[in-house]
Write a protein that binds this ligand. Structure first.
Ligand code: 3PG
Length: 305
């Protein structure tokens, strides 16, 4: 059996070493395609592999057509909107993610970006503190829960909205669970997004919702750029000179945001929420173990299709 790591944004070397150990221990072969620039490189690399470990790499129908022996794809991370699940299911390819394995890294970045903004990007200009400010966690999954936990250390007041999570399980963390998304945005100066990108959520963070935010409302996006309605946000930033946007996934209109509202926006150069050695090791090793468990024993934990 041959396992390919296909990561346009590479794992830390320790993670690759750990994956190699697990794969070779199982008597499988490991191939590595890192830092690739063109889809053609991915299409060539998948030709003879049984399993692929990816990050945000796009596994389309075309890639699966080129991977005639493919049995399993593991997304080393949480969001799997980069995999064509319908095509995978049609072709009998199992798709898994590794929930929770990179969450702490993403949560730390969310708080890091809030501090950056509150302190005026460390420019020397007097800023504000996070203490006593309301933080709204939009979707209380693995990352949302950790963001709340870290924010407590800053003395923030934490609120959450998640229709898929029991209110009691949110409240036992000392977080106030709200009944509607509107209530969350109305209440909180900082909103941290943790919703997945799908047909229901795309463009759902729109002008009307964001306009509910109180003075100095700041949206923190470590989820997906597609969930934010960029035109609506640009219009709101034009209409209100207090609104801020911090994102780990730069918007398509990045230049417009940066040129017009440079003091109110911050975008990482490349999505780096999960880009820590620890997250890479956790998610990478989990991926390798899940592949071995599936190919040797048919274990399907974390299958998403
Ligand atoms: C995830 O869904 O796990 C995060 O967005 C991390 O994505 P990355 O592996 O491309 O950094």
């Amino acid at each position: 059996m041959k396992v390919l790591i296909a990561t346009e944004k590479p794992f830390a070397p320790e993670a690759v070493n750990g994956i190699r150990e697990i794969i070779e221990q199982a008597n499988y072969e490991l191939a590595l395609l890192e830092n690739y620039n063109d889809k053609s490189e991915l299409l060539a690399a998948v030709a003879d592999v049984d399993a692929i470990i990816i990050r945000s790499d796009k596994i389309t129908r075309e890639v699966m057509d080129a991977a005639k022996q493919l049995k399993i794809v593991v997304r080393a991370g949480a969001g799997y909107d980069n995999v064509d699940l319908a095509a995978a299911t049609e072709k009998g390819v199992t798709v898994m993610n590794t929930p929770g394995q990179n969450s702490n890294a993403v949560a730390e970045l969310a708080l890091g970006m809030m501090v950056l903004k509150a302190r005026n990007k460390y420019s020397g200009k007097a800023g504000t503190e996070l203490k006593d400010k309301n933080l709204g966690i939009h979707a209380y999954g693995n990352v949302g829960r950790l963001v709340g936990n870290i924010a407590k250390g800053f003395g923030m007041k934490i609120f959450a909205f998640d229709p898929f999570v029991d209110k009691s399980s949110i409240e036992k963390d000392g977080v106030t669970a709200l009944d509607s998304v509107e209530a969350l945005y109305e209440k909180c100066q900082y909103i941290s997004l943790h919703i997945p990108a799908n047909d229901k959520t795309k463009n759902s963070i729109n002008y009307n919702l964001l306009n509910l935010m109180p003075q100095n409302g700041t949206l923190v996006n470590t989820a997906r750029k597609e969930v934010v309605d960029e035109d609506g946000l640009l219009k709101l930033m034009e209409d209100r000179n207090d609104i801020g946007y911090l994102s780990d996934i730069a918007p398509d209109a990045r230049e417009t945001f940066e040129q017009k509202y440079s003091d109110r926006v911050f975008f990482t150069p490349k999505k780096m929420g999960a880009q820590t050695a620890e997250a890479n090791i956790n998610a990478g090793l989990a991926s390798a173990n899940q592949i071995v468990g599936f190919l040797k024993n048919g274990v399907t934990t974390y299958k998403v299709n």
